[in-house]
Structures are given as structure tokens and as C-alpha cells.
Ligand binder design. Structure first.
Ligand code: APR
Length: 246
């Protein structure tokens, strides 16, 4: 299967954990998606952070450590290539926090769930900052700015957790792109189980606008019926030859 791009096509790509699978980053809901007996939903929430910040930091420190030596794969690179051809008629929205799209060279990129390699304060409004530290088990880092002011604010990963809102500008940019594209919208979802909203609903927006939707995924996800065309298989295998330019 291929996706044919006309001179007026606008391509919105949504990626999930599956696109990084072949780089060696584990997905969430495939086999092995449990961590020490926890579903990751149980450690990726504001409630979990309030209840047990050490547990939450242990989980994210492990994920940071797990990124060492991990590099983008052929699927990430294929999206850089198609962006070069389309320019502003391209937008990549990722649910991944692994930073691999940026590392591959994607520029028109919305990281809607944040970034694993950034932290921010859970108490004050200090802007998020780069933080690649994998903290030792039993350590939950404190915010230096709060400490100076005599408060004990804990740092947290700059990630959108379950129960939290997607940053306003991320949604706004995505929606504006879709509206601008109208019926010229080509929507492609790659490596996502289609269970987490609002991303899982983009395919319906594409349909409402009169665009066409495509899915590249290893297994059939929950929202498979919503897509016009489906290719089941590994993203790194399928994407390099997927785009055809008219
Ligand atoms: N190529 C393509 N698809 C793949 C590959 C691969 N090599 N390997 C796995 N997949 C597919 C799986 O079949 C599955 O449908 O990728 C999907 C991964 O699904 P999830 O693990 O649920 O990840 P994702 O959809 O990104 O999760 C969405 O939920 O976990 C939270 O906030 C987190 O951003 C995440 C969001």
C-alpha cells in the first residue's frame, strides 16, 4: 500500500510508541507493557505522583536510562524525507516523549504528550528545562528555585499524564492545520493503539473534513474501522516506500 500525495495534499502524521519499537523503545500496551506489576497508567498520573513520587521517579528514571544509545529508525527518517518534500503542507504530531523525531531531523513537530528529557516544577511556574538525569532509586529531585524561596517543590517529568490536559498550543496547532487542509487532508496514523484521546479522534476529524485516512500499524488497533486504508506491518519496513509524490 502507498499514500499518493498530490501537489495540494496536506499531510498530518500522528505517531505513537510503535514507530519507535524498532529503535528498541518498548511500547506501552503490547506484551511486556507492565512495569514491576504496575500498569503504566498507575504510575503516569498526578494522583500517583502525589501518592508516591519516588515510585513515579523510579519509573521515569528507568525510561531515561533506557534511552541511552537509542537512535531513530528508518520510519522516523522516512517522515523527515516527506516533510522536506511538503514543507508547510506537513505536520507531525507525536504522542511519544522519546525525542526520536527531533533527533531524526523533524522540524514541523508537535510533541503533544511532552518530552521525557525535560523536567518542570510540580509547584512553581518555572519553565520546563532539559533534564536527562536518571535519578537513583529513592530520589525525587527538588526544585532549586522553590528551595531558595523556602518551599519544598518537587520536580516532575515534563510529560502529560493521564487525567491532564494536552497543552493548549499543541491542540491549537494541530486543529488549525486540519482546518486549513480541509478536504486536501491526508491523515496517517503510525504505531498507535488508538486508545488515548484526543489523538485517537483525529481520524474522525479527517473524515468530517472530507479528507482521507491511512493507518500503518503492527496489529489492528481499536479504531481500525475509522480508517479508509490500512497497512498492517512494521513501520520501519513500510514507511520508507510508503509515500508517492504525484
Ligand atoms: N510498527 C508499527 N506499529 C507497531 C510496531 C511497529 N514496529 N510495534 C508495535 N506497534 C503498534 C502496536 O500494535 C500498538 O497498536 O504500536 C501500537 C502501540 O500502542 P501503545 O503501546 O498503546 O502506544 P500509544 O498508542 O503510543 O499510546 C498512546 O498512551 O501510553 C500512553 O501517553 C502514553 O503516548 C502514550 C499514549
Amino acid at each position: 500500500m502507498t499514500l499518493r500525495l498530490e501537489p495540494d495534499s496536506h499531510l498530518l502524521v500522528l505517531t505513537g510508541a510503535g514507530i519507535s519499537a524498532e529503535s528498541g523503545v518498548p511500547t506501552f500496551r503490547d506484551a511486556g507493557g507492565l512495569w514491576e506489576g504496575y500498569r503504566f497508567e498507575e504510575v503516569a498520573s498526578p494522583t500517583a505522583f502525589v501518592r508516591d513520587p519516588l515510585l513515579v521517579w523510579r519509573f521515569y528514571s528507568m525510561r531515561r536510562a533506557g534511552m541511552r544509545g537509542i537512535v531513530p529508525n528508518a520510519a522516523h527518517h522516512a517522515l523527515v524525507e516527506v516533510e522536506r518534500r511538503l514543507g508547510d503542507r506537513f505536520l507531525l504530531v507525536t504522542q511519544n516523549v522519546d525525542g526520536l523525531h527531533r533527533a531524526a531531523g523533524s522540524e514541523r513537530l508537535v510533541e503533544m504528550h511532552g518530552n521525557l528529557m525535560r523536567s518542570r516544577c510540580s509547584r512553581c511556574d518555572r519553565p520546563a528545562f532539559e533534564d536527562t538525569t536518571a535519578y537513583a532509586p529513592g530520589v525525587a529531585p527538588m526544585c532549586g528555585r522553590c528551595k531558595q524561596a523556602g518551599y519544598d517543590g518537587l520536580l516532575r517529568p515534563d510529560i502529560v499524564w493521564f487525567g491532564e490536559a494536552i497543552p493548549h498550543d499543541a491542540m491549537e496547532r494541530t486543529e488549525a492545520f486540519m482546518q486549513r487542509a480541509g478536504a486536501h487532508l491526508r491523515f496517517l496514523a503510525v504505531g498507535t493503539s488508538g486508545m488515548v484521546y484526543p489523538a485517537a479522534g483525529f481520524v474522525n476529524v479527517a473524515r468530517t473534513l472530507g479528507g482521507r485516512s491511512f493507518l500503518v500499524n503492527k496489529e489492528a488497533p481499536d479504531n481500525i474501522a475509522a480508517f479508509d486504508e490500512v497497512a498492517l506491518g512494521a513501520a520501519a519496513h513500510l514507511l520508507p516506500t510508503f509515500f508517492v509524490h504525484a
